[in-house]
Design a protein around this ligand. Structure first.
Ligand SMILES: [Zn+2]
Length: 281
């Protein structure tokens, strides 16, 4: 079916009191697995491509975006395309016309005032083109080149009153908040601050986004959705499934050379992970 917009999927989730999961696309097999997992679960999903994934593809956005969009359009599931963790203003502008209905503009490394200014500019640019903009306040650690933050690391959590002021000053459509999760966790051991999630939900007028959900146990993901998180981002869990399946196959078949032999189980394993997360929404 045609691409759905991320704003539409997130608004529907808010209205129905559930979550909507967003999964990171690195290879074509990731996109195919996300579509297959969404079809299995009978649920909508967001395919997201990060700036790091674009860098992996030689800094060229078009090929990976076109592939993900084509996979989404060929699926019977309701799927949208999102550009994730964009730091580069050039990449933000490249999103227009590539099928993206939303962008996460990441100015979280900047001091507060500069973050507000850069994000407000990105929002103005996006809204002129019907593109929904997500931003981050606080610090969800473990991005490429950083160690995963300990879930209890103090001083990085999002402050509810600052978050409300930030949303008012920037006009963002959704806000990624730091509530105890961290990117790139390969063990699902993160404990979330549910009191903080409830406080943010009460103070912030736009949908909240949980990054680093791969490291969050099932029960905690479910509780986060109940406490008021709407967009649930999952990246590393797909890579854990992918690489685990490839490693198992190659350990058992060290002479294999045809990549289809190990990419089939890798893609099937990722689809299972996708369906599992969608079942928590
Ligand atoms: Zn993230």
């Amino acid at each position: 079916m045609p691409l759905v917009s991320t704003g539409e999927l997130v608004s529907a989730a808010v209205a129905e009191g559930r979550g909507v999961a967003a999964f990171n696309v690195i290879t074509l097999e990731h996109a195919e697995a996300i579509a297959a997992g969404a079809e299995q679960a009978g649920a909508p999903a967001i395919l997201q491509i990060s700036e790091n994934a674009v860098t992996f593809h030689g800094g060229r956005l078009s090929a990976v975006a076109a592939a993900a969009a084509a996979v989404a359009r060929a699926s019977s599931a309701r799927l949208s395309l999102h550009l994730d963790h964009v730091v580069s203003a050039d990449l933000l502008r490249a999103a227009d016309g590539e099928g993206f209905s939303s962008v996460m503009f990441d100015a979280s490394k900047l001091p507060y005032d500069e973050n507000v200014k850069a994000t407000a500019d990105a929002v103005r640019w996006g809204h002129e083109r019907g593109i929904w903009i997500e931003a981050e306040l606080g610090k969800v650690g473990g991005k490429e080149g950083e160690a995963p933050l300990d879930a209890h690391t103090p001083g990085v959590r999002t402050d509810p009153s600052e978050a409300a002021a930030y949303v008012a000053a920037t006009g963002v459509d959704a806000l990624a908040v730091a509530v105890g999760s961290s990117h790139a966790m390969t063990e699902r051991t993160a404990a979330l601050d549910h009191t903080l999630i409830s406080a943010l939900r009460a103070t912030v007028p736009v949908p909240l986004v949980l990054h680093g959900s791969s490291g969050v146990p099932d029960a905690e993901v479910r509780k986060a959705v109940t406490s008021g998180m709407t967009k649930i981002n999952v990246g590393t869990a797909l890579n854990t499934a992918f690489t685990g399946a490839v490693r198992t196959f190659l350990d058992a078949n060290p002479q294999a050379v045809d990549p289809r032999k190990y990419l089939v189980p890798a893609r099937t394993a990722m689809a299972g992970t996708v369906a599992g997360f969608l079942g928590l929404m």
